[in-house]
Design a binder for this molecule. Structure first.
Ligand SMILES: C[S@@+](CC[C@H](N)C(=O)[O-])C[C@H]1O[C@@H](n2cnc3c(N)ncnc32)[C@H](O)[C@@H]1O
Length: 230
């Protein structure tokens, strides 16, 4: 998979892309992540990419032209079939299901906003999939893009070692994961459930399934109730 990230702040990605699973996925050659500085596509001599909103009001708006030029350059470089994603608080909510869909793409282009918004003609003309990471407003699309990259990349086949660790994770089957315990057996008076020490695999599996279902019912009834599902 190849991911191109169009951003005004490429430096924000450095630590995140150089650590843990994202570093390993890139080292294994399973994912290539390319940071594209939107300012490089400004035709202004000061590399400006934003301007005040028509109609007045606070803040600045990212002009359409540098964004079109950046996306067209990437498409000319062979990413003409890339899935174009624009990070936006008014977008479709990022879920594990959407992450699974995006993980099947061979190319993603992520557009990170900043300031008030993108000029709406970016949406009208480029028809990106607008994706939100939740009902709150962040300063820019960089952190949402990192969230999306992290949850998509760990679903790319071969990125995680044990395939079963993915199958049992929260949301894999519209339910939350069961609780985990490790050494010691008793910690500050709290004991590990007996069944986990029994060595009886069928019983352990049954307990875990029950715990996962109980947690899901208690904490996320919307996942159980089909009405609540997206
Ligand atoms: C300060 S926000 C703009 C908020 C916008 N004026 C509004 O009220 O909806 C700047 C940029 O951050 C990104 N952003 C902020 N919150 C986000 C969220 N919850 N999900 C995805 N992107 C977000 C978007 O790229 C957005 O263009």
């Amino acid at each position: 998979m190849r991911i191109d990230v169009v951003t005004l702040f490429p430096g924000m990605f450095e630590g995140v892309l150089r650590e843990s699973i994202l570093r390993i996925a890139q080292e294994k050659g399973l994912v290539e992540i390319n940071l594209v500085n939107l300012r490089d596509f400004s035709t202004d001599k000061h590399h400006k990419v934003d301007a005040p909103p028509y109609g007045g009001g606070p803040g600045m708006v990212i002009m359409a032209d540098p964004v079109f030029r950046a996306v067209e350059r990437l498409r000319d470089q062979g990413r003409e079939n890339a899935e174009l994603v624009l990070l936006s608080p008014i977008g479709t909510r990022l879920t594990q299901r959407l992450a699974r869909r995006l993980a099947r793409a061979s190319n993603l282009i992520l557009l990170c906003g900043h300031y008030e918004a993108f000029d709406e003609r970016v949406v009208e003309g480029l028809r990106p999939l607008e994706v939100s990471i939740g009902d709150f407003v962040l300063t820019g699309g960089e952190i949402p893009a990192m969230v999306l990259i992290d949850c998509v990349v760990r679903l790319v086949p071969g990125v995680l070692g044990a395939a079963e660790s993915l199958a049992e994770e929260s949301f894999a089957e519209d339910r939350l994961e069961y609780p985990h315990y490790t050494r010691p057996q008793v910690y500050r008076g709290m004991a590990v459930p007996e069944v986990l020490l029994s060595g009886h695999h069928a019983e352990i599996e049954k307990w875990r399934r029950e715990q996962a279902e109980k947690r899901t019912r208690e904490r996320r009834p919307d996942l159980v109730n089909p009405e609540g599902k997206e």
